[in-house]
Design a protein around this ligand. Structure first.
Ligand code: NAD
Length: 241
C-alpha cells in the first residue's frame, strides 16, 4: 500500500539513480529543498560521466545519502529499493557518439539496469517509479513535434537502448501495476554538463579558437531545454504524474 500521497512528498524516501550526473545532480539539489521530504539516496556508479562534486553543497543536507554502486547489481538495488518509497531513474549511458563505438554498454546499463530497478520496484511496491528518458526515442522529425504516443523510431544505439528501456519499464506497469511514469525531454543544457556534450564542447573549443564539427550539412534543428526546467517537470511527475 502507498505510504504517502503522490502529490505530497511528505515523508517520502526517494532513490535517485545517476544522481551524480548532469541532470540527476540538479534534481537532487532541487528535491532536497522540497518541504517534508524525508530522505534522498543517490545510487551512482561514478562512471566517467558521474562526479560526486556535482552534488557539492547538497551533502550539507542530513537528508542526503550516497551509495556508490551499479544499477546492474541486483542485490544492492534490492536492498536500497526496499527502504525507499519512490525511484527517480536517471542512470544511463547518455552520450550518442559513444554509442556508435560501445553499444553493448548502452544496452547493458540502459535496458538491463532499468529492468533490474523495475524488478525491485515490483517486489517492494514503491509509490512511484519515474523513468527519465529522451525525445530521441521518436527518431528524427522532418518538422513539427512528436505526440506522446507517436511511434518509436530510434535511429542510433543510444536512442534504441532508451526506447527499449522505456518499453521494459512500461511493461512493469502493464504486467505488475508498478506505478511507472516515463518522461521524454529534449536536449538539456545548463551548469555541470559533461564537456563531451555539444554546448559545452562547442563553447570550450570556440573559446580556444578551435573549429567545431556539425553532423550532416548543419541543417539539423534541435530543441533545447534548460536543465532546471526539465527537473521541475520531473518533480511534477514524481508528485502527481
Ligand atoms: N542530457 C540530456 O540532454 C538528456 C536529454 C533527455 C534525456 N536524458 C536522459 O536523462 C538521464 C540523465 O542524463 P545526463 O545527461 O544527466 O547523463 P550523465 O551521463 O551526465 O549522467 C549519468 C549518470 O549515471 C551514472 N551511471 C551510468 N551508468 C551507471 C550504472 N550502471 N549504475 C549506476 N550509475 C550509473 C553516471 O555515473 C552518471 O552519474 C539519462 O537517462 C538520459 O538518457 C538526457
Amino acid at each position: 500500500m502507498p505510504t504517502h500521497q503522490n502529490d505530497d512528498l511528505a515523508g517520502a524516501r526517494v532513490l535517485v539513480t545517476g544522481g551524480a550526473g548532469f541532470i540527476g545532480s540538479h534534481f537532487v539539489k532541487r528535491i532536497l529543498r522540497s518541504a517534508g521530504i524525508a530522505r534522498v539516496t543517490v545510487l551512482d556508479a561514478l562512471t566517467y560521466a558521474g562526479h560526486i562534486e556535482n552534488l557539492g553543497e547538497a551533502f550539507l543536507s542530513p537528508k542526503l545519502a550516497f551509495a556508490h554502486g551499479n544499477i546492474l547489481d541486483a542485490d544492492l538495488v534490492d536492498e536500497l529499493v526496499r527502504d525507499h518509497t519512490a525511484i527517480v531513474h536517471f542512470a544511463a549511458e547518455s552520450h550518442v557518439d559513444r554509442s556508435f563505438f560501445a553499444a553493448g554498454a548502452f544496452v547493458s546499463t540502459n535496458v538491463l539496469g532499468t529492468q533490474t530497478l523495475a524488478d525491485a520496484a515490483m517486489r517492494h511496491g514503491v509509490d512511484k517509479f519515474v523513468h527519465v528518458s529522451t525525445d530521441e526515442v521518436y527518431g528524427p522529425l522532418p518538422e513539427g513535434s512528436a505526440s506522446e504516443d507517436a511511434p518509436l523510431r530510434p535511429t542510433v544505439p543510444y536512442a534504441a537502448s532508451k526506447a527499449a528501456s522505456d518499453l521494459v519499464a512500461l511493461s512493469y506497469f502493464h504486467t505488475y501495476n508498478v506505478p511507472v511514469c516515463v518522461t521524454r525531454s529534449s536536449n538539456n543544457y545548463g551548469p555541470y554538463q559533461h564537456p563531451e556534450k555539444i554546448i559545452p564542447l562547442f563553447a570550450t573549443r570556440l573559446l580556444r579558437g578551435k573549429q567545431v564539427t556539425l553532423h550532416g550539412q548543419g541543417q539539423h534543428v534541435r530543441n533545447w531545454l534548460h536543465v532546471e526546467d526539465n527537473c521541475a517537470g520531473i518533480e511534477l511527475v514524481l508528485r502527481g504524474g
